[in-house]
Design a protein around this ligand. Structure first.
Ligand SMILES: [Zn+2]
Ligand SMILES: [Zn+2]
Length: 250
């Protein structure tokens, strides 16, 4: 797997990102392992295995896994085909911080959404609402511009990709460049800040040298974490998390 090699290389190049990159290595490994399991169409069996791998990969506390097991009971089929239901599982409030629960459920749901996204892609459906991902309903916070100057928005959860306006805000929907402020880093990764709704979206060109070296958009999103810090310090909001399930950088 190339990603492992890229991550090792990046850690030596950018040691300050070691923790984030190592976590991404786990997220990618988890999704890859689950991909095989989800090919079988037995919901309760595959969800059980998913939980097992999840617990092992992220060293999730035993109590959390047993809450999940309880929460999943009898709902396996529903969750397997409508993974959004997974986000609705209720946890006893005092046990784990809400933010942590949201992040864990995000990571756990990822392989299920990715499976769903593959099916949606085959059906070639069109989204009615361009602001959100057709598969999982998350907002877009990351976009890629291809060699033909077309811009694609990428969903962090399921990997669904959709063409959108080249300029403008994907959150409030305008396409007016005068309402957008730009931040650009040394790799030419850009953050487009909407002055109207205070949202921001990242974008980068596929021809950018960093992407040619590390052709994984989620990795580029993590490498450019300092841009999130600057945008958020200026009061702008990221509307969906990165691939690690993190939205607010503290
Ligand atoms: Zn999605
Ligand atoms: Zn906006």
């Amino acid at each position: 797997m190339d990603l492992k090699i890229w991550i090792e290389k990046l850690i030596t190049e950018k040691p300050h990102l070691k923790e984030v990159l190592s976590l991404y290595d786990k997220v990618a490994g988890f999704n890859k392992e689950c991909e095989k399991i989800l090919k079988t169409e037995n919901p309760s069996e595959s969800l059980g295995k998913l939980l097992e791998i999840f617990g092992k990969t992220f060293e999730v506390p035993y109590e959390f896994i047993s809450f999940l097991k309880e929460g999943l009971e009898g709902k396996e089929e529903e969750i397997f085909f409508y993974p959004k239901k997974l986000w609705e599982i209720a946890f006893p409030e005092e046990e784990v911080a809400e933010e942590e629960i949201t992040r864990m459920l995000f990571l756990l749901s990822m392989p299920l959404f990715r499976k769903l996204a593959l099916e949606v892609r085959k059906g070639k459906l069109n989204s009615e609402d361009q602001k959100i991902c057709l598969v999982c309903g998350k907002f877009f916070s990351l976009s890629v511009i291809d060699e033909n100057n077309k811009r694609y928005f990428l969903c962090p959860v399921c990997g669904y990709k959709e063409e959108g306006p080249r300029i403008g805000c994907s959150y409030c929907g305008h396409t007016n460049c005068e309402k957008i402020d730009l931040l650009v880093d040394e790799d030419e990764i850009r953050v487009e800040l909407c002055k109207d709704c205070k949202s921001y979206v990242k974008s980068f060109k596929e021809t950018m040298s960093l992407y040619l070296k590390y052709p994984d958009p989620y990795l580029i999103d993590l490498i450019s974490l300092p841009l999130d810090v600057v945008a958020q310090e200026r009061g702008f909001v990221r509307r969906s998390p990165n691939v690690l399930g993190i939205r607010e950088i503290k």
